[in-house]
Design a protein around this ligand. Structure first.
Ligand SMILES: [Zn+2]
Length: 235
């Protein structure tokens, strides 16, 4: 049985694998998560992620001040809530979103693919969504959480690259908001222009393309969320 998040049974999902996990899932019980989930159903979706070292290169400055390793959600809860409110103008929906920070061992039991640092189960409109992130330096952890929030704040899109672009767009808005408001004192850690940094990722390129219209990254997120544009049309 996994000790993090209360998984039990024979979970078979992973970044590379096909099938969703089934059976035996019980409510997450980590002390460092937003509490309240008693969801016992089957997760529909876990998104394989771009390894974090690439993301950190895009979003974080090279010579940034060292931030502490965060292993408890309580250490970043205020930053998450503040950033969310700044972007959306709404209170963080703590009852709909459960965030769990896992140590390396716990996380790799659920997500063996090397380099993957976060994943989520999107139950938008149907139950409590779950985000799992590996413990990390505060700036990198917030990047992971911002990306995963981008997946679960609207229904999962039918096209995987659109879905990934949606998460990238939100994480851009997320990091820009932390930077521009110096939330948590993290302004020096965040790149002045992440969208201009190189990342060999089709979904991220699509976000950059959409940003060229002059839309904000949160606008791009909303456009993608509502299915108003798709990467398919650009191929
Ligand atoms: Zn993603």
């Amino acid at each position: 049985m996994y000790s993090c998040g209360g998984y039990s049974g024979t979970a078979s999902y992973c970044a590379a694998g096909g099938g969703g996990y089934s059976s035996g899932y019980s409510a997450a019980s980590c002390s460092n998560s937003y509490g309240g989930s008693s969801y016992g159903g089957k997760a529909e979706y876990a998104m394989p992620e771009t390894p974090n070292f690439q993301m950190a290169d895009v979003f974080l400055t090279e010579d940034r001040p060292m931030t502490p390793i965060v292993s408890e959600l309580g250490e970043v809860r205020q930053i998450i809530e503040q950033t969310f409110e700044k972007i959306t103008g709404q209170e963080f929906p703590a009852e709909d979103i459960q965030i769990t920070i896992c140590d390396e061992t716990q996380f790799r039991e659920m997500q063996p693919a090397n380099g993957v640092v976060g994943f989520s189960f999107n139950r938008y409109g149907k139950g409590t969504s779950e985000i799992y992130a590996i413990q990390d330096h505060m700036d990198r952890l917030l990047l992971t959480i911002g990306h995963e929030l981008g997946h679960i704040l609207s229904p999962t899109l039918p096209n995987k690259q659109d879905e990934e672009a949606k998460a990238h767009a939100f994480s851009l808005a997320w990091m820009e908001t932390i930077r521009d408001n110096n939330i948590g004192g993290l302004q020096p850690n965040i790149s002045p222009n992440p969208a201009h940094n190189g990342l060999h990722d089709v979904a991220f390129d699509f976000v950059k393309y959409l940003l060229k219209t002059g839309a904000s990254s949160f606008d791009v997120f909303k456009t993608l969320s509502h299915g108003l544009t798709s990467i398919i049309a650009e191929v």
